[in-house]
Design a protein. Structure first.
Length: 256
DNA sequence: ATGGTGGTATAACCA
């Protein structure tokens, strides 16, 4: 079973890319972020044509998340229970017995800003909620655009992307570490210790061509799924297509 | 330090 995460940066613009990628990569489950669509405009009929059902939580212009799956999605949860948030950043569902939590983590703008404080608060709320989810659903995958690069291997220039920089700051990385300490494992790192494999490249400065990227799109698997995690990676191909998202899909494969 | 690009309430704002 292949499970993926992709920040599409506008599903309206990227639907043809998504359809092409679904047809070639053939994931069983995909978490999408930054759909930037109200629910009434979600292209669920087109995706049925591609063989996928959709559950989604969107808004105009910003944010928006969805889970696509070949098998039905059950027990759908939108948002973090008990955490008031206008921004559509969280959707969870159970597919084929596996609980999928899809996150569009707050970007945070710059260290010390109000948005940064919101990011840290939001991460703490996610942490407390995931602790409960793990009790109810030991077979859990937390995936998404984390807007945090776990360590120095995951950035092209550790001198710039340091302890004081947004997406790599100590407090952000501590937030991710605390989440993982609940019993979640970065699937990519179960299979590789290479540096320089990224999932996001800025549109500016020809960053993709020069591989000036970060690995901020993650798939985390729970203790109970760890032994079934047979492979993980990042599919750079859609980032090479014309008018791409700035993110590439990150994926994990679970064996039987 | 700035600004570069791309998305969308097409003007700022967000990333």
């Amino acid at each position: 079973m292949k499970i993926a995460s992709w920040n599409v940066n506008s599903l309206n613009v990227r639907l043809p890319h998504l359809e092409q990628w679904l047809a070639t990569f053939g994931p069983d489950i995909v978490g999408l972020q930054e759909t930037k669509l109200e629910d009434s405009r979600f292209p669920d009929a087109a995706l049925v044509g591609a063989g996928y059902r959709s559950v989604f939580a969107g808004q105009k212009t910003y944010n928006g998340v969805a889970i696509l799956s070949r098998a039905p999605a059950e027990d759908v949860q939108v948002g973090i229970p008990g955490f008031e948030d206008e921004q559509k950043r969280v959707i969870a569902a159970t597919v084929g017995g596996v609980r999928i939590v899809n996150l569009y983590v707050v970007n945070g703008q710059d260290v010390g800003t109000d948005k940064y404080a919101y990011k840290l608060r939001w991460l703490e709320a996610v942490h407390d909620w995931i602790a409960q989810e793990l009790q109810r659903h030991p077979e859990l995958v937390v995936l998404g655009d984390f807007n945090i690069a776990p360590d120095a291997r995951d950035v092209h220039d550790p001198a710039v992307w340091n302890d004081d920089h947004i997406l790599t700051s100590t407090a952000e990385r501590d937030g991710l570490r605390r989440l993982c300490a609940l019993g979640l494992h970065d699937a990519f790192r179960l299979h590789s210790d290479v540096a320089g494999e990224f999932s996001w490249w800025d549109y500016r400065q020809a960053a993709f061509r020069r591989n000036l990227g970060l690995r901020i799109d993650l798939t985390l698997v729970s203790d109970a799924l760890r032994a079934r995690c047979v492979a993980a990676g990042i599919d750079r191909e859609p980032r090479t297509w014309e008018r791409p998202s700035d993110h590439a899909p990150a994926w994990v494969e679970l064996g039987a």
